[in-house]
Ligand binder design. Structure first.
Ligand SMILES: Cc1ncc(COP(=O)(O)O)c(C=O)c1O
Length: 362
């Protein structure tokens, strides 16, 4: 059988808006809680910097390798610019780098469940041996000793931290312990959702450690998914090797400027984290009242179990009302139509979502 050509990501909401992009009139009616884009707008600094110069930004070639953005990342994150590799979203960087890190047949350990692109990339793109590290179905927190034992046998380990779909975080101390215990193993740590938690990023500890690569998407936390910008933090050796492979102008000018302005407005984003936590607890409470058992989350999404199953039917019923949530069952062979993932949304959208779920479950 042919290998699947792409991973499934949810994102069915765009079908309801119209992927032809000929009209965005329905964008405000459709609730896209199936993807994990920010419920809040990008910083006002981003919007005004882009709006003030829009025609010029669209028609002008950007700095070739995003030199200015790299400097701002280095300064804001307390790292060296030589350890930073930019890309049009971290997805483009994964596809650039994975074929250089692993060869066909290499064992690659990936959490089960986790972000689906990694299993696809390992199995269908690079042809590695996908080794699933099964997280316990009650807590979804890894046993660290068991993780170290399994990691030692792998060529590479992929850890999404905090994990998607679970919303659970492995602490920085535990992560450092695992990486140090396995010097022969390459660790790819995907920190797309780490900024929703304080002080847990490994970004600052990469330094010269050659076996640690941190993937930093700017899509979700900074509300820049549509712009496509992200970066890797890795040793200078690795970054300089990969720089040769990365095309010029890979990050557009709107994206470079938007990312700079976002990074410089930490205060705005800290306020969004506080509000996200409030909305998340409202969502958790509402889901509990419908009979869904949510797992405690540190992120902008909630992972929950519907005892007895029926998720596919619920997802379809909501979609018919222009409300999209993620059926999480294809994220682990161990799930049985009983797990779902819902992104935190603004208060009105959450009220609409919970109201519709209540009706469908009645
Ligand atoms: C865990 C995780 N990693 C990486 C990505 C890709 O992000 P991007 O390519 O927008 O940086 C996503 C997007 O959903 C994600 O959820």
């Amino acid at each position: 059988m042919d290998k699947p050509k792409k991973a499934f990501h949810g994102g069915a909401f765009f079908g309801a808006i119209g992927e032809s992009l000929r009209s965005l009139d329905r964008a405000d009616e459709v609730i896209s809680a199936d993807v994990l884009d920010a419920w809040y707008d990008p910083s006002p600094r981003v919007i005004s910097a882009l709006a003030d110069h829009l025609p010029w930004l669209i028609k002008t070639s950007p700095p070739t390798h995003g030199e200015g953005l790299r400097e701002v990342i280095a300064e804001q994150r307390g790292i060296n610019a030589e350890n930073v590799l930019l890309g049009a979203g971290t997805s483009s960087l994964m596809f650039l780098v994975f074929p250089r890190l692993i060869e066909a047949g290499d064992p690659v350990l990936v959490f089960d469940p986790s972000y689906g692109e990694y299993a696809h990339l390992v199995e269908n793109v690079v042809g590695g041996e996908l080794v699933r590290f099964e997280l316990p179905l009650d807590s979804f927190d890894p046993d660290i000793e068991r993780l170290i034992e399994s990691a030692k046998k792998a060529k590479m380990v992929v850890i999404v931290n905090p994990n998607s779909p679970t919303g659970r975080v492995v602490t920085r101390g535990e992560m450092e312990r695992v990486v140090k215990a396995c010097p022969e193993t390459i660790f790819w740590v995907d920190e797309t959702y780490i900024d929703f938690v304080d002080h847990q990023s490994l970004e600052g500890v990469v330094g010269e450690s050659d076996n640690l690569i941190i993937s930093k998407s700017m899509s979700k936390f900074y509300g820049l998914s549509g712009l496509r910008v992200g970066y890797l933090v890795a040793s200078t050796n690795r970054v300089s090797e990969w720089e040769r492979l990365s095309p010029p102008w890979s990050v557009g000018l709107l994206a470079q400027l938007g990312a700079i302005e976002a990074l410089l407005d930490g205060e705005y984003y800290r306020a969004q984290v506080t509000e996200t936590m409030v909305l998340r607890e409202e969502l958790v409470l509402g889901l509990g009242q419908i009979g869904i058992e949510p797992l405690p989350s540190v992120t902008n999404y909630v992972f929950g179990r519907l005892p007895g199953g029926g998720v596919a039917q619920l997802v379809a019923g909501l979609a018919a009302r222009d409300i999209f949530i993620r059926d999480a069952n294809n994220l682990s062979p161990r799930f049985a139509d009983d797990w779902l993932r819902i992104a935190v949304k603004d208060r009105n959208s959450q009220a609409r979502l919970l109201g519709a779920m209540q009706e469908l479950r009645a």
